[in-house]
Design a protein around this ligand. Sequence first.
Ligand code: NAD
Length: 433
Amino acid sequence: MKLCIIGSGYVGLVTGACFAEVGHHIICVDNDQHKVDMLLAGRVPIYEPQLEELVRRNVAAGRLFFSSSVKLGVDASEVIFLTVPTPIQTDGNVDLSYIERVACEIAVALKAYRVIVDKSTVPVKTGEKVTEIIHRYSAIGSPFDIVSNPEFLREGRAIKDLLHPDRIVIGSSSHRAIALMKKIYKPFPAPLLVTDVNSAEIIKHAANSFLALKISYINMVARICEANKADVEKVADGIGLDKRIGRGFLDAGIGYGGSCFPKDVAAFITICQQQLGKPFELLKEVQRINDTQLEYFVSKIRGALQILEGKKIAVWGLTFKPDTDDIRNSVAVDLINLLISEGAIVQVYDPKGMEKSKRLGVVPAARFAPSPLDAAQGVEALVIATEWKEFASVKLGELKARMQAWFIFDGRNLLNPSEVRQSGFSYYSVGRF
Ligand code: NAD
């Protein structure tokens, strides 16, 4: 099938490449000309495992194209996916201007029946707004249908998630659009749930809020574990083996970040406040726990090192999670800036996040090191802020030889406490003893 994806970022580019991989013909559109030029030149602007290879293979096979023209994409495709940003505003409302702008451009370009699919994460009733915009701006009143098809991929394993999703949600009231969507997703082995548009939109906000809730829940349990010399990992295993709960998202740490959870929880709270006249108190508590988790962790560093002023500290990690170069709302970035604001001299290393961090200047006062061991050179403490596998394989003896004092603060419970302590380190993690 001929499909167009508008917005070629973390979701759009991976979706385009995976749809091409199963045989569809894809035009990925983006209004960032630099991004489009890179893609046309065979370079992939983001890091996601296996993405470069997938893009290259499908471009070579003549199934994947790039353009900055929405009109070209609309003319050539039966179905048009929207994967543009939906950031949160300071008042808690979602900024729908990217969606609205693209809807106007599609309306102007529409000449024949098209299905317009929203894959961006949006507040409930955005489908109705997009419908209105297209009616208003469509010059010749071409027929179209709106579908909500929320995306559940996880950065770092996005290709796997897209090719083997847990479920596919299709929200639409049009039989014609649903039939086309089923055809697109036929090669994907997953349960397909058909709903109305509003339900599909709510599913995405409710799912992300629930996952964030699990993280805050275990982070609070971790604090109780610490107060009682219990082990939060064992507690999480004990809870998670219950099939009704599941073990996923029960890893204690320094809190959730990234481009999705913080904004989606905030948006769901605002939707609740506006529509029901009262806030979603449960989610406000999820936010509150998350907002205090970093401070909770940093207080351990302060407690052990006593004075941060002038102390040389290594931080491993910049990205909001491993296997991505995405540093949007990264707790690791907040951690580094907090340590620096208290006078520490921070040397940082991250396998994929350093180039973007330098370019965007997110940790302006940090020193970048070429390897984990170089970051640890001459430091009095090491802080692990992102759980990259690479960090777990660093030899503790070599690490110790590089450091001047031997404190490790493991914000992601990456290392084995007894191994680290046996190697002569003072070791602090989250909810473990
Ligand atoms: P992103 O910023 O990586 O990508 C968005 C792209 O849209 C950018 O390349 C941008 O240049 C482009 N764009 C903006 N305006 C445009 C326009 N008018 N015309 C053409 N292109 C335009 O964002 P993302 O992380 O891919 O997220 C996109 C949406 O998907 C958001 O709503 C997000 O909440 C949702 N989502 C993200 C993830 C994730 O893990 N990143 C997962 C599920 C859902």
